[in-house]
Design a protein around this ligand. Structure first.
Ligand code: 6LJ
Length: 158
């Protein structure tokens, strides 16, 4: 790792108001519960600029609240610096992956490892689908996928 001590991860989705803030909040909780906060830098961001400055979707907040998790995240777009600052950029679907790979080519010294978060799923659900046009059950599915993947990622990053 670039820094042998502290690892860093940026969770990424389309708008940074549904999937990636859920993943970020779950991972922060796992890291806090495991008393390894000092070992991780954790954030989330969007490939788009659609929601910059906004709080997560109300359905994402209520899903997290149902699981005893709160977040104060405000949406931001991924920057060129992120591709150098973060060790891992973990995204949700093939469209996010293409967008990040395209953006990474505009960056001089991209060192981040760009992966699908779903590659960590012990149940092999590779894609975490956009729940924006979905319902509470779809948000719950996102939560469960992110939880399984975040646990596995914390245990053994690729
Ligand atoms: C520029 C034109 C598009 C979505 C989302 C979808 C649609 C979203 C959204 C995720 C987070 C100005 C913004 C798509 C936040 C907003 C509607 C369009 C937004 C799409 C396709 C399939 C499934 C979901 N696009 N907002 N405007 N995801």
């Amino acid at each position: 790792m670039a820094s042998g001590e502290v690892k860093s991860v940026l969770f990424v989705c389309l708008g940074n108001i549904c999937r990636s803030p859920i993943a970020e909040a779950i991972f922060k909780k796992l890291v806090t519960d495991g008393n390894v906060q000092n070992k991780w830098m954790i954030d989330s961001g969007a490939v788009s600029d659609w929601n910059v400055g906004r709080s997560p979707d109300a359905r994402a907040l209520s899903c997290l609240r149902n699981h005893g998790i709160v977040t104060a995240h405000k949406a931001r777009q991924v920057t060129q610096d992120d591709f150098v600052t973060f060790d891992y950029m973990l995204c949700m679907d093939e469209s996010n992956l293409r967008d990040l790979q395209r953006k990474s080519k505009q960056v001089k010294n991209c060192t981040a490892k760009i992966e699908l978060l779903g590659t960590y799923d012990p149940q092999n659900q590779r894609i975490i689908e956009d729940p924006y046009y979905g319902n509470d059950e779809d948000f719950e599915t996102v939560y469960e996928q992110c939880l399984r993947c975040c646990k596995a990622f914390l245990e053994k990053p690729h």
